[in-house]
Ligand binder design. Structure first.
Ligand SMILES: Cc1cc2nc3c(=O)[nH]c(=O)nc-3n(C[C@H](O)[C@H](O)[C@H](O)COP(=O)(O)O)c2cc1C
Length: 278
């Protein structure tokens, strides 16, 4: 079973490729997170498969995102005891493998390794996303890597991390969450069309629509989905995101293109299966 968490589509794309390669079921963690918040009593907490569990997610601060760690700890995995991690990253994954091993130990799963795949940088509240052409090149280069990982999983081999890079001390992770992982600086400009794509897509149901505009409610994991998916680029994070390209990869592999070349008449449907019409 391939389970993915994704803010801007990179990890969903990697998970889609892997699920195809290993011919296994694809499950959206985003969807389950939303369900656990909206309807906790009817949400699904147990996942069963006799094939290995493959967790696909972005790298956050050289580590697995806290939201994914919490999801894993609050879930039960039945059948296979084997768990793989595949992290998409902008540059490096640091200590992620060590952390994932520790999480597996806590949830009594057998850690079968962590592999990373470089995908376009999405963290625009701090950095810059690559231009569309460069992003296409990065995604193309990721394909053969995903194939190798898929084959390793199929043959029950341990996978290893190619973008581990320098290991950050764990306190950096805590510091990062305290300093950068919040929604205090998100605001919406006058060009907001009230389509609510941001609210419908947010994996933590952190955005409510008030007077036709989004309001952030303090439960943000900085996944960048809201700012990236907005069809009219009306969302900003303080001054840091002004004039920066928004990066979003749709489920069909298309990127979000610059605003000038898009139609603004058809707002996106805003669920994580996709936001098609941009
Ligand atoms: C909050 C945050 C922290 C990030 N930290 C890292 C990092 O430490 N190392 C890295 O290589 N990329 C980092 N990135 C970039 C993402 O891991 C990368 O773009 C990923 O492919 C995004 O996946 P997604 O589209 O599935 O959300 C970070 C992105 C975000 C939003």
């Amino acid at each position: 079973m391939v389970l993915y968490f994704s803010g801007t589509g990179n990890s969903r794309f990697a998970a889609q490729q892997l699920a195809g390669l290993v011919d296994d079921e694809l499950v959206s963690i985003n969807r389950h997170l939303r369900q656990r918040i909206l309807d906790p009593y009817n949400a699904q907490y147990a996942f069963e498969s006799d094939r290995p569990f493959v967790i696909v997610c972005p790298t956050y601060c050289w580590n697995i995102p806290r939201v994914v760690e919490t999801f894993l700890k609050e879930s039960r995995f039945l059948g296979s005891r084997r768990m793989y991690f595949v992290l998409t990253c902008g540059s490096g994954t640091g200590k992620a493998a060590e952390h994932a091993r520790e999480v597996c130990r806590e949830i009594s799963m057998d850690f079968c390794g962590l592999a990373s795949v470089r995908m376009p940088e999405n963290f625009i509240t701090l950095f810059r996303a690559p231009e569309a052409d460069e992003a296409v090149g990065i995604i193309r280069a990721a394909m053969p890597q995903l194939e190798v990982i898929g084959n390793q999983i199929l043959s029950d081999r341990t996978i290893t991390d190619s973008y581990a890079g320098p290991a950050m001390p764990f306190f950096v992770y805590r510091f990062f969450y305290r300093l950068f992982v919040h929604d205090k600086r998100f605001y919406v400009k006058e060009n907001c069309i009230g389509c609510a794509a941001c609210a419908k897509l947010c994996p933590l149901v952190n955005i409510t629509m008030e007077d036709g505009h989004p309001v952030w409610n303090g439960r943000c994991t900085q996944c960048q989905s809201c700012i990236a998916v907005c069809p009219v680029d009306a969302i900003e994070f303080g001054h840091r995101t002004r004039k920066k390209r928004r990066y979003y990869l749709f489920a069909d592999g298309r990127q979000k293109f610059p605003r000038e070349s898009r139609s603004e008449t058809e707002p996106p449907s805003g669920d994580d299966s996709d936001v098609k019409k941009m």
